[in-house]
Ligand binder design. Structure first.
Ligand code: COD
Ligand code: ATP
Length: 195
């Protein structure tokens, strides 16, 4: 079974693309969602996060996402420490999940792959791109609580597309959905042929 990484900056359209692969029968692991599950349900992760960020990291045992975001996306060192607690747990969980899949390849959707040096873990990497101003607009339309400032704070902690393109196997320029769908189908066929 091949491991395919699906990455892209905030608002590029990873989840939109992931859903297209799901419709083709490909199992997709959503790292953002699974990380949050683990951060809320694993006793050891909760303990480590409270030690790192303080008790305010949780509110009624649920992740205090606004508090954590305000802390880490403006402090590279703190974000690095959070990543080093959460990402190994996500990797272990992803590998367990993969064992239950029966397809030629599985996809791990993850916002940061190159940034944490995990590109060599994957057999192939798909990068979703879109212009930065369009990405900001999409996030603001999706989440009224967001602002250009909070979105740019996350972007500051992600590589620019130009840097990621060189090391990716497939690039999806996600502008109009029909063209994106066609690109997804082409990549799916190529991945099946090569497996
Ligand atoms: C800070 C948290 C609680 C904010 O939750 P929220 O629901 O607002 O955002 P969500 O997790 O859905 O992420 C949305 C987008 O933010 C950006 N983002 C999230 N984590 C990171 C990160 N560690 N580095 C850079 N960008 C990130 C990505 O573009 C991502 O797609 C959450 O993002 C988090 O815990 N991040 C650190 C752990 C992590 O890296 N998770 C990602 C999967 S491994
Ligand atoms: N080609 C497109 N045309 C119009 N809207 C789009 C397109 N692609 C994505 N969107 C919309 O933009 C928003 C962001 O897309 P999506 O959630 O797929 O991005 P993401 O990269 O997974 O975001 P995040 O980084 O926050 O996890 C969503 O509301 C989605 O419906």
């Amino acid at each position: 079974m091949k491991y395919v990484g699906l990455t892209g900056g905030i608002g590029s359209g990873k989840t939109t693309v992931a859903k297209m692969f799901t419709q083709l029968g490909v199992p997709v692991y959503n790292s953002d969602d699974e990380a949050k599950q683990l951060m809320e349900n694993s006793t050891s992760l909760k303990k480590a996060l409270k030690t790192l960020l303080g008790e305010a990291a949780y509110k009624n045992e649920r992740l205090n996402k606004t508090f954590i975001s305000d802390q880490v996306f403006n402090d590279t060192s703190l974000l690095g420490q959070l990543n080093s607690i959460v990402h190994p747990a996500v990797r272990t969980h992803f590998l367990e999940w993969s064992k239950q899949q029966k397809t030629a390849y599985v996809i791990q959707e993850a916002a940061i792959i190159f940034e944490i040096g995990s590109q060599n873990f994957y057999d192939r990497i798909i990068l979703v791109t879109a212009p930065e101003n369009l990405r900001i607009q999409r996030i603001m339309d999706r989440d009224p609580k967001s602002s250009p400032t909070t979105i740019k704070a996350r972007m500051q902690n992600q590589w620019k597309d130009t840097r990621k393109i060189a090391s990716s196997d497939y690039i999806i320029e996600n502008l109009d959905l029909k063209t994106t769908e066609r690109q997804v189908l082409k990549i799916h066929r190529a991945l099946l042929e090569n497996s």
